[in-house]
Design a protein around this ligand. Structure first.
Ligand code: AMP
Ligand code: MG
Length: 357
């Protein structure tokens, strides 16, 4: 009998470990056979003059909320770099002084990409159109707005501003000391590309936080990854420029981005039809399209190309997009808004139109 008791006590110390092991096994088995449900977690914040909405699917509510917070923080961080209205922003300081030393890698990345899109789009995407935008902008208290002038009287100031336009003239010095240099009088606007870059960086922050299915919608610029947990694609509805309540088309994407440039979104003057998108070849607001949507691998690419394609209009815009692999476009003409122009491979990304999301 004493011998048997010794045998028992020899293994008694194992008991707590065995208990923990058993509990862990039950916990893991429980998660495998009865996983917590997949939740749709969504949040919205006002940023970049628009509402930015993040949607993710995840089983862990706290982790999803923390990931969304991290993504918003990252996006706000870049907004504070790329703004030309905020005095503390790098882009603002670059415009003020014509030179920025030690720029952030983010600003260098945006400007480097913008120079690339300038070259790719025959100069129709050009971040140096700011002197032209400054002419067309509404002037508080002014007796006459620029668009009210006779076209002949507009031409002098337009020519002066046009002489300051050309993204190929932005110098990016990377070695040995990093700096961005503009020619005297030149000014940039990142309104046609930064939103896309910010969406991409928000998505990256979500991925880094362990999210597997996400969508960021920044009012016209939308990026997604991972599809939906069901294996379905994300559905991104495009509003009809001719009828705000209706949807023209629904894009379907698992991974990638769609950006839309539309003159129905932003006008300097709606009556005079002076839109925010400038044709850098004429200095005047572009009337080639009423809406241009581009699908691309990244939101920055989609954003920049949507602006360019809007300026190029249906024929040249579709031709450009057809020549770029992995990029598709849908352009609604200016004169005839019923006329919808599609790139060759667009069909693979669209659903039938409807009137609700
Ligand atoms: P988006 O909605 O992406 O087409 O961007 C429109 C904004 O881009 C405008 O509000 C301007 O800040 C800027 N922009 C206007 N015209 C151009 C252009 N031709 N190339 C690049 N950016 C432009
Ligand atoms: Mg754009």
């Amino acid at each position: 009998m004493p011998e048997q008791k010794d045998g028992m006590s020899r293994y008694q110390w194992l008991l707590p470990f065995a208990l923990i092991l058993a509990l862990a096994a039950i916990f893991i088995a429980n998660h495998i056979f009865f996983p917590p449900p997949i939740l749709l977690v969504q949040d919205r914040r006002q940023m970049m003059d628009t509402w930015v909405e993040i949607t993710v699917y995840d089983r862990n509510l706290q982790a999803a909320e923390a990931a969304i917070d991290a993504a918003f923080s990252r996006m706000e961080e870049i907004e504070r770099i790329a703004s030309i209205h905020d005095e503390r922003a790098e882009a603002f300081r670059l415009n003020e002084r014509g030179r920025l030393d030690d720029p952030s890698p983010e600003l260098v990345e945006i400007i480097e990409a913008a120079k690339g899109y300038y070259a790719l789009t025959a100069g129709t995407f050009d971040i140096t159109v700011e002197p032209l935008l400054a002419l067309w902008r509404h002037r508080e208290g002014a007796k006459v707005q620029f668009w009210e002038l006779d076209p002949a009287d507009q031409q002098g100031p337009l020519d002066e501003a046009l002489a300051l336009v050309g993204a190929d003239r932005i110098r990016l010095i990377l070695d040995p000391h990093r700096a961005i240099v503009l020619e005297p009088g030149m000014k940039i606007t990142l309104g046609g590309i930064a939103k896309g870059y910010i969406v991409d960086q928000g998505l990256l922050a979500l991925r880094k936080a362990g999210i597997a299915h996400a969508m960021i919608d920044a009012g016209g610029d939308i990026g997604v990854f991972g599809g939906k947990p069901t294996g379905e694609k994300w559905v991104l509805a495009l509003r009809d420029p001719a009828d705000h309540k209706a949807f023209l088309v629904r894009f379907q994407l698992a991974d990638g981005a769609v950006a839309t440039s539309g003159n129905y979104e932003r006008y300097f003057d709606r009556e005079a039809k002076v839109g925010h998108i400038i044709d850098p070849r004429t200095g005047r607001s572009s009337r080639a399209s009423s809406s241009a949507s581009v699908i691309a691998g990244t939101a920055m690419k989609a954003d920049a190309l949507a602006t360019a394609v809007f300026v190029l209009g249906p024929d040249a815009g579709i031709a450009l997009v057809n020549a770029i692999p992995g990029v598709e476009a849908l352009i609604v003409g200016y004169e005839d808004p019923q006329q919808v122009h599609r790139s060759v491979g667009l069909e693979g990304f669209t659903q039938e139109s409807g009137d609700s999301k």
